[in-house]
Design a protein around this ligand. Structure first.
Ligand SMILES: [Zn+2]
Length: 275
């Protein structure tokens, strides 16, 4: 009896250990599934993307704040710099961007639905700005931001949904044979349609990558933009110098470049998307 008792105990012990092992294995498998889901954007890169695709990164808000300007200028891959006109460093940033082989566009300040008036900077285009005033602002902006080949919008959720305003803005953009990027700050935007009617190349931004100091978030947004490029052959993403991003955004772009290149995602100017 005693012997049987011992054997029975050992069997129970064995079953107990076996159950423990199975549970441990199950936990490990669940962890693996969880980790795979966390890194899903990375694994999505690698699935048969043998064809080169294009990603254009625009960096907004050049012209005043120095946060991240030097770091962005030093990136030796094509980037497109959106420079606000009529600010302390507008012309200097445009000249330096051109010298460092980055593309220059004008970052036109337009009236938003909400936001501090101080964020608009000098000479913003307001919802009730008359046509001749808008024409003068955009024309002067081209003088103040040399080498500009396009334009996009700073803020602007209100004025960029006003057809009359966008018509005046796009007339000057068209006269300069430039392209326009609708940053999609308004649901009622009309730039794409009006630009199309005037034969002006127009793009829509797909992803904002920063407005945070979290490297993890910025890199994750860059991966989303890259995945969109893989699926659609091309993509546009917008980051910032100044307090909305700056040096941390530049650092993330630098660190992501080899990963993007390995996945056949080529950084290009916005104008390269026309080719
Ligand atoms: Zn801006």
């Amino acid at each position: 009896m005693r012997k049987i008792h011992v054997i029975t105990f050992n069997s129970k012990k064995f079953i107990f250990i076996a159950y423990g092992f199975v549970i441990l294995l199950a936990i490990m498998m669940l962890n693996l599934v969880f980790l795979t889901s966390l890194t899903a954007p990375i694994s999505a890169f690698s699935q048969g993307n043998t064809e080169k695709v294009k990603l254009a990164i625009i960096i907004d808000d050049f012209g005043e704040s120095r946060a991240g300007v030097k770091e962005m200028m030093e990136i030796d891959k094509p980037l497109t710099f959106a420079i606000m006109p009529f600010l302390t460093h507008s012309t200097e940033d445009a000249e330096n961007a051109f010298k460092n082989q980055h593309e220059v566009i004008i970052h036109l300040s337009m009236e938003p639905i909400s936001g501090k008036p101080s964020w608009l900077g000098p000479r913003p285009i307001m919802n009730d700005s008359p046509d001749d005033v808008i024409t003068k602002i955009v024309t002067d902006a081209f003088d103040n931001v040399p080498h500009a080949v396009g334009a996009n919008i700073h803020m602007g959720s209100k004025a960029s949904s006003n057809e009359k305003v966008m018509n005046s803005v796009l007339n000057v953009i068209g006269a300069h044979k430039c392209y326009f990027i609708d940053s999609k700050t308004s649901e009622k935007r009309c730039a794409m349609r009006i630009a199309g009617e005037k034969g002006i190349p127009c793009f829509e931004n797909k992803f904002f990558i920063d407005s945070t100091q979290s490297k993890e978030t910025i890199k994750s947004q860059l991966k989303k933009a890259a995945n969109y490029a893989i699926e659609n052959k091309k993509s546009i993403a917008i980051g910032h110098v100044g307090p909305d991003g700056g040096a941390v955004t530049a650092q993330c772009i630098k660190e992501m470049i080899p990963i993007l290149e390995e996945k056949n995602i080529e950084l290009v100017y916005v104008s390269d998307l026309l080719k």
